[in-house]
Design a protein around this ligand. Sequence first.
Ligand code: CCH
Length: 285
Amino acid sequence: YSKQQDETPAWKKVNYQNVYKDIADLLEDENYDDGSYGPVFVRLAWHASGTYDKKTHTGGSGGATIRHAPESEHGANAGLDVARRRLEPLKQKYRNISYGDLYTLAGVVAVQELGGPTVQWRPGRSDLQADACTPDGRLPDAAQGADHVRDIFYRMGFDDREIAALVGAHALGRCHTYRSGFDGPWNASPTAFTNFFYTELLNNTWVPKKWDGPKQFVDKQSGAFMMLPADMAFKTDPRFRTYIELYARDQDTFFNDFSAAFAKLLELGVKFPEDAPTYRFKPLD
Ligand code: CCH
């Protein structure tokens, strides 16, 4: 007898709307952090993608090399094993999804379900092995300033406006001393996607935190919220500051710009199949 060969590529066998729903179901957990895995999913999607180098066309989310050592062990990726473990049951359930598609889609679901803009997304990444891991040092160092931030993001192919929009994701989540060494949330609602990164940055007086840890800033009034040295650079650098002021007064423009820049980030360096459709998922009710 002749064995029928199934030639449908794996990525076509996945119902991504169902994956979206299943990721959304994994967000909430009252025992984790501020009650949501959303922020750490966004950080996973970003670190999986932000290794891209436009000159050598290496890195990016395409191969999902962030799951392999040594990349998984890079200092910047500390704590992201938590997000990968949370998503692993979905890789088992949807065997045909690639890790690259799963991690990036998790970032999209988190942004949308935490109240952010819709973000276009395409499937079709195919996973690579550990030999494709990127070298350490491709992600930004929070202890540094505007020049460093520009070096890192220009290497990926972003301009100042896109960089200023992307860092608005620091409305979400918090820093953990046992991951990065830094400590605390950026604002009072770390599980809501807002333009608060910009409003807090501009409207507060930020003073150095008095502690033994790495240099960071706290708001003078309550001491409850934080900024990284790299965050402060967006306030002091005049070209970045123009966009910080824009996004602080105009949440719609922030949402539009963030959506476009985040979609671009998740696709850096990826060679999509020609017939991969673009999705814009509806947020769930
Ligand atoms: Fe970030 N980020 N990020 N970040 N980040 C951290 C946490 C989050 C920098 C440093 C840090 C982006 C850009 C930058 C998120 C999304 C984005 C932490 C704390 C550091 C340090 C990690 C910890 O301790 O858990 C620096 C430096 C830059 C740029 O210069 C961009 C771009 C994005 C997404 C678009 C999110 C979300 C978090 C919170 C994670 C959590 O677990 O709550």
